[in-house]
Design a protein around this ligand. Structure first.
Ligand SMILES: Nc1nc2c(c(=O)[nH]1)N(C=O)[C@@H](CNc1ccc(C(=O)N[C@@H](CCC(=O)O)C(=O)O)cc1)CN2
Ligand SMILES: Nc1ncnc2c1ncn2[C@@H]1O[C@H](COP(=O)(O)OP(=O)(O)OP(=O)(O)O)[C@@H](O)[C@H]1O
Length: 196
């Protein structure tokens, strides 16, 4: 007898994530040809789910086809929010965050990341989170380092806002119990409050 073809849900989670990652990278390619999504994302977040005035906001320095959060970071700095960017530690550890102001120097880090050269380490309470794919429940797929999962687990009470192009939405991201959920996902089309 021929074994039935395994359905996706029979595949180990690691393999399902690897496959979802390949598909997501392909779908994200050239998602913002006019470079207009970052400004639209900033408008939506500022009108629908702005961080509280005193919140310390962690952004990220965009790489490749990631959603550009720099217009939002500039607007938040103008509003008086203290900002930070992640520093990537060795695998297995949570991210560190260093204070950053628009215009401050950055240094190249692992995998094309850029991080603040010298500044104080801070604890964010509101985080803009990069991703490869998201779903309406706030599940997120990243590059596979597990960095944001460990980081959000270590920051209970912090608000995680996924930032993505609308084309990065999928019906269901393969996820396990260690995968941290997003509270909101913002795209150039609007924001979604994720089901809890
Ligand atoms: N813009 C942006 N910044 C970000 C993230 C992101 O997704 N986007 N991260 C989201 O998590 C963190 C960095 N994530 C990383 C995920 C994997 C590897 C990685 O696989 N590194 C290889 C070495 C690769 C190389 O140097 O060429 C390794 O550790 O083996 C590195 C960083 C923090 N900063
Ligand atoms: N809170 C955690 N504690 C310990 N290990 C974790 C935790 N979260 C994830 N991991 C481990 O990290 C590895 C990568 O996780 P995963 O594939 O979910 O990464 P990702 O969310 O796509 O990446 P990233 O967050 O860096 O963008 C897995 O082996 C996973 O078991």
């Amino acid at each position: 007898m021929v074994a039935p073809h395994p359905s996706p849900s029979d595949m180990p989670l690691k393999e399902r994530k690897a496959e979802a990652r390949r598909a997501a990278l392909a779908r994200r390619k050239g998602a913002d040809p006019a470079g207009a999504h970052g400004a639209a994302l900033a408008r939506h977040i500022l009108s629908r789910c702005p961080p509280p005035p005193g919140a310390l906001v962690a952004g990220y320095w965009p790489m490749g086809d990631e959603m550009d959060v720099r217009p939002l970071l500039a607007a938040l700095a103008e509003r008086g929010n203290v900002l930070a960017l992640p520093v990537t530690p060795p695998r297995g550890q949570p991210l560190l965050f260093r204070r950053w102001r628009p215009g401050d120097a950055l240094r190249p880090g692992p995998l094309g990341t850029s991080f603040p050269a010298e500044s104080e380490e801070v604890r964010p309470d509101w985080l803009l989170v990069p991703l490869l794919a998201f779903d309406q429940a706030g599940r997120r797929l990243g590059y596979g380092g597990g960095y944001y999962d460990r980081t959000l687990a270590a920051l209970p009470g912090a608000v995680a806002v996924g930032c993505a192009h609308a084309v990065q939405e999928v019906p269901e991201v393969p996820a396990g119990p260690q995968d941290a959920r997003l509270a909101w996902v913002a795209t150039e089309s609007g924001v979604v409050k994720c089901r809890s």
